[in-house]
Write a protein that binds this ligand. Structure first.
Ligand SMILES: [Zn+2]
Length: 324
């Protein structure tokens, strides 16, 4: 094989044996080198820079890219026909370009979700499932159209576009990396606030024997104000903290019997009276659902039950507004 250098074009002369004629190929030299090189360089460069980025999204992406780049390199080494190598490399670039766009779109959706979550936290201060935008993948199933040959220059442009796409993705990832931990912190705070709300039913039994408000007193028969709800149960039934908080009272007092007070965020307190046994002490931090004592009939009580009351800013409120 012999090469001639003329006007930046390479002419390949293929001399085989006497039975075969001489074959000539005219190729643009810069393109012949630049196309596969630019493609491989951009792909390899992407992998290196993407490795810096964190999290599962990127490790996933990395694996895909590594495979693609290995395929591309392998092609270059093993395929002797350069035209075929370029053609296959072109296909790899086109595929990668599609994947890059898809990944970028995915990341934009993740970013939107993160923003939605943030807005949700700001607006409601509570967590719930956010609607996810679902991408249509119908386009992948129904394809067609006329065949248009691709010129090498277009492949260079496409490789350059992919690099731009990945740079954009890297910026998006960096933003997400900064934002998501903050959003998670906020979500956690929201979660803690929610768990601090006394929303959990405080015992096994759901048999309500007296509701909140005015009633006739069980001892005197005269009308009286009932500051909480009474839930009948068996002596020894577990009593659960309705919300997370700090124990501010755990003692015996005449009418209340053995009782516990838990202080929650937002000026809320829950009171648990007539207990048989206390399992916590003043100063203890309790989680929502934690067992704090046993149901009993101590103090001013006509039978085993839990008197449960909720106090908001030093005023008793209907516990049914909180517990589920
Ligand atoms: Zn009561």
């Amino acid at each position: 094989m012999k090469t001639a250098h003329r006007n930046q074009r390479l002419t390949l002369l293929v001399l085989r044996d006497a039975q075969h004629s001489v074959k000539q190929f005219h190729l643009s030299k810069p393109l012949m080198i630049a196309v596969p090189a630019a493609a491989v360089l951009s792909i390899a460069g992407l992998i290196v820079s993407l490795q810096i980025q964190s999290a599962q999204t990127i490790s996933n992406l990395e694996q895909q890219l590594t495979l693609k780049s290995l395929e591309a390199l392998k092609m270059e080494v093993t395929v002797s026909d350069k035209d075929e190598a370029i053609e296959r490399l072109n296909k790899a670039i086109i595929q990668l370009s599609g994947e890059a766009e898809e990944t970028k779109a995915q990341m934009e959706r993740v970013q939107q979700l993160e923003q939605q979550l943030q807005q949700f936290i700001e607006k409601h201060g509570s967590l719930s499932s956010t609607p996810t935008s679902s991408a249509s993948d119908e386009g992948q199933l129904h394809v067609g159209g006329e065949f248009i040959a691709v010129h090498e220059n277009e492949m260079l442009n496409l490789a350059s576009d992919i690099r731009d796409d990945f740079e954009e993705m890297q910026q998006l990832l960096s933003q997400l990396e900064r934002h998501i931990p903050r959003t998670l912190d906020q979500a956690q705070e929201t979660q803690e606030r929610r768990e601090g709300l006394p929303s959990l039913w405080p015992t096994e039994s759901r048999r309500l024997t007296s509701s909140f408000g005015y009633r006739s007193d069980p001892f005197t028969g005269r009308s009286a104000y009932h500051a909480g709800i009474d839930i009948a149960g068996k002596v020894g039934d577990p009593i659960y903290a309705a919300g997370s908080g700090k124990v501010t009272a755990a003692e015996r007092s005449g009418a209340r019997g053995l009782y516990i007070v838990i202080k929650h965020p937002n000026g809320l307190e829950t009171w648990y009276m007539h207990l048989n046994k206390l399992s916590v002490s003043v100063g203890d931090q309790v989680a929502q659902g934690e067992i704090i004592g046993q149901l009993g009939s101590t103090g001013r009580s006509t039978g085993p039950h839990l008197h449960f009351q909720v106090v908001k800013n030093d005023e008793t409120v209907d516990p049914m507004r909180y517990v589920q």
